[in-house]
Design a protein around this ligand. Structure first.
Ligand SMILES: Nc1nc2c(ncn2[C@@H]2O[C@H](COP(=O)(O)OP(=O)(O)OP(=O)(O)O)[C@@H](O)[C@H]2O)c(=O)[nH]1
Length: 266
């Protein structure tokens, strides 16, 4: 182990050299990858590589790539040499890209993919616990008119104001996301029909009575939304059928005059 690696791990050389093996610092979760690479080094190819994590003195985990080669002569195995690369920056970048891929940049809410990811977990959880899972689809009314009359920037401001308001109205465990355009959805774990209808009505009223603040001045713009409410059915393994039903409820609410909610049974 060289000085840089010791610095990464937070140990002095006299604590490690001749006392501990590299493998000791590999986290139990990634030790299998390390061992597999080591076997490759000792095998015919005489080289191997692995991505694993090292456990630092302060308890943090350092993601690294290890590339090792072995020196084997006619007398057999002589020594092996490993190069270790710090993957922290790459991992942080990957995490940022992953987050960006799941986030709507205008409102900061999760996007449709995020909802589908969360739904996979929530559907499995609901299946295990037997608790109901509700879905609300929300579409701002006459949004084209807002854009046309006040401009696209004001439209953007209304979308942001809605996202902020809905975050305040909803519970922490509720999954709010922007499906696209002026359409949003909320997945509500452990929520039955009556509770989901109550939440939808609370959202509808909050929107109706909280005009969007458009800048630091007192400039505000009133808007409304239509909502469709449904439950995710017992045998449904994806959110798709529930999204379709909630959308049907939404269209029914638009048809019935907007600024209202419609229940759509499964
Ligand atoms: N400002 C802004 N407008 C958007 C954005 N995404 C979609 N839109 C606009 O949203 C409008 C949606 O209009 P429509 O689908 O006709 O619906 P609507 O005018 O809300 O009418 P109803 O839904 O029937 O009440 C379109 O004019 C889109 O251009 C966005 O990110 N920002």
């Amino acid at each position: 182990m060289n000085r840089t690696e010791l610095d990464w791990l937070g140990y002095r050389d006299d604590e490690v050299i001749d006392k501990r093996f590299y493998r000791d610092f590999v986290t139990p979760e990634t030790r299998a990858a390390f061992d597999a690479a080591f076997r490759q080094v000792l095998g015919e190819g005489q080289e191997g590589s692995a991505e694993c994590e090292l456990l630092c003195r302060d308890g943090t985990r350092l993601p690294v790539a290890i590339q090792a080669t072995a020196q084997v002569t006619e007398e057999g195995f002589q020594y092996s040499r490993a190069m270790v690369f710090d993957l922290r920056e790459r991992k942080a970048l990957e995490a940022r890209l992953e987050e960006q891929a799941l986030t709507d940049p205008l409102t900061g809410l999760g996007n449709r993919r995020y909802l589908e990811d969360q739904a996979t977990m929530e559907i499995a959880r609901a299946e295990r616990s037997g608790a109901p899972l509700a879905l609300i689809a929300i579409d701002l009314d006459h949004f084209k008119g807002i854009n046309d009359r006040h401009g696209h920037d004001v439209g953007d401001g209304v979308l942001q104001a809605f996202a902020e308001l809905a975050r305040r109205v909803l519970r922490d465990g509720d999954v709010l996301c922007r499906m696209g355009g002026e359409e949003f959805a909320v997945l509500l774990p452990a929520t039955n029909r009556e509770q989901a209808l109550q939440v939808a009505e609370r959202l509808r009223q909050a929107i109706e009575t909280t005009p969007a603040r458009l800048d630091a001045a007192e400039d505000t713009l009133a808007y409304t939304a239509s909502l469709g409410v449904t439950l995710v059915g017992g045998g449904e393994v994806t959110l798709k059928p529930a999204i379709k039903r909630a959308d049907q409820g939404l269209y029914a609410a638009k048809e019935a005059g907007r600024n209202r909610i419609e229940w759509q049974p499964g």
